[in-house]
Design a protein around this ligand. Sequence first.
Ligand SMILES: [Zn+2]
Length: 140
Amino acid sequence: MSAFDHFLDKAKQMADVAGRKTGEVVESSKYKMQAYKITGNIQKAYEKLGSIVYDSTKYGTDSTQLVESCIAEIDGMLAQLEEVNQKLDAAQPGIVCPACGAANNLASLFCSKCGASLRPAAQKEAGEEPAAGSEEGRDS
Ligand SMILES: [Zn+2]
């Protein structure tokens, strides 16, 4: 039974890792879905705004209040979208700063917290020796 127990242990470890990864994916796709919905609502609000302007121009009615409330609605949704996009950025897998450990956007060249270079190639150009006992350099 001990071999089976060992197998269970391994399976449990793998499930833990997979679970964590799935959690990240679920979170970022949740925000993507939110951003998608908000973008769709903004689109609809723009269309509504267009038809308000169309009607008022064609029939000469005063639509100032309608237009203003529509613009306020769109501004609110744009703020929501901005917020969701920031959460999405934070949920995306990024680069961990080797100097201070802060999470950075995947496209970043330098740490947003301490300014250290996030690119190993840039460190090599600066002539820095890799630290002793480093795990790097094993992928030869
Ligand atoms: Zn840093």
